[in-house]
Design a protein around this ligand. Structure first.
Ligand SMILES: NC(=O)c1ccc[n+]([C@@H]2O[C@H](COP(=O)([O-])OP(=O)(O)OC[C@H]3O[C@@H](n4cnc5c(N)ncnc54)[C@H](OP(=O)(O)O)[C@@H]3O)[C@@H](O)[C@H]2O)c1
Length: 260
């Protein structure tokens, strides 16, 4: 059945300026591609300039977008980048906090340094950028949509995932209070919890190097492993006006991993 434009338009991102962290790889890269296909202008953050440029090369109208080669833990640089982006492109309508690190280590192997490092990148840096984008000087007065890429590990457990899971659980929890705090300003906050998605991050993990272990992990997902597109499509929905009455939720996109 064919659909007319009017039915599809709530999913359009035309006219929206959206910031995406982690745009140089995996899920964040695909979120950038999907959002540009839906008409958004993008402000992309990543550390690796070469891979960021590869992302831009795959976007619609590459000149429409801005790229910052930035470590999101460098708060002074992030602040200046946001200011520069707004002066060039105007105010934001959305933010996707996708940059993250995913350590697998038993509790006994963790150290204070590692704990601080993981929480700083996965939680504090995301909170810092969210705070900046939500300032009236930087966000559209009509409101906006903020998405945190969390993980199923924020809700369920796995050996060696306590540190990662705690950081992702923090995003899922914080999203709910932010949704309540900013509802009156029409700023929506949601998280997405992916299961295992095939990206450089998941494919560099220990289990991926062993065929049997990878098959075991695959079999934990009734629909098999995910593709970055599966997460990008959900993110685009949360950024679009199609989700205008959705806030404070955690959208699980996990091929059935948590259904069992
Ligand atoms: N893949 C999965 O199975 C899976 C499952 C659940 C949740 N997730 C979450 O999805 C997100 C993306 O994961 P992915 O699989 O796409 O990983 P990935 O391919 O390794 O990409 C990670 C991204 O985060 C960026 N990043 C990390 N630390 C950064 C920092 N300090 N400053 C700026 N950028 C930084 C990287 O930038 P550079 O490469 O430029 O340094 C890269 O763009 C993560 O938050 C992850 O926890 C992934």
């Amino acid at each position: 059945m064919s659909r007319n434009n009017e039915e599809l338009s709530p999913f359009s991102l035309e006219g929206k300026l959206i910031a995406i962290t982690g745009a140089s790889s995996g899920i964040g890269k695909q979120i950038a591609i999907t959002c540009s296909n839906l008409g958004a202008s993008l402000v992309l953050f990543g550390r690796n300039r070469e891979r960021l440029n590869q992302t831009v090369g795959e976007l619609q109208n590459p000149d429409k977008h801005i790229v910052f080669e930035t470590d999101i833990n460098d708060f002074e640089k992030v602040k200046n980048d946001v200011k520069e982006a707004v002066s060039i492109k105007g105010k934001f309508s959305g933010l996707v906090n996708c940059a993250g690190v995913s350590p697998t280590m038993p509790l006994r192997a963790t150290s204070e340094t590692k704990m601080q490092e993981v929480f700083k990148t996965n939680v504090v840096a995301a909170m810092n950028l969210t705070k900046l984008i939500c300032k009236p000087a930087n966000l559209n007065k009509e409101g906006g949509s903020i998405v945190f890429i969390a993980s199923v590990m924020g809700s369920v457990g796995e050996i060696g995932k306590s540190l990662y899971g705690m950081s992702k659980g923090a995003l899922i929890a914080g999203t709910k209070s932010l949704a309540v705090e900013y509802g009156a300003k029409n700023i929506r906050f949601n998280s997405i919890s992916p299961g295992v998605v095939v990206t450089p991050m998941s494919m560099s993990s220990e289990y991926s190097k062993d065929e049997k272990k990878l098959q075991f992990v695959t079999d934990l997902h009734p629909l098999g492993l995910g593709k970055p597109e599966d997460i990008a499509n959900g993110t685009a929905f949360l950024l679009s006006d199609a989700s205008r009455w959705v806030t404070g939720t955690d959208l699980i996109i996990d091929g059935g991993y948590t259904a069992k």
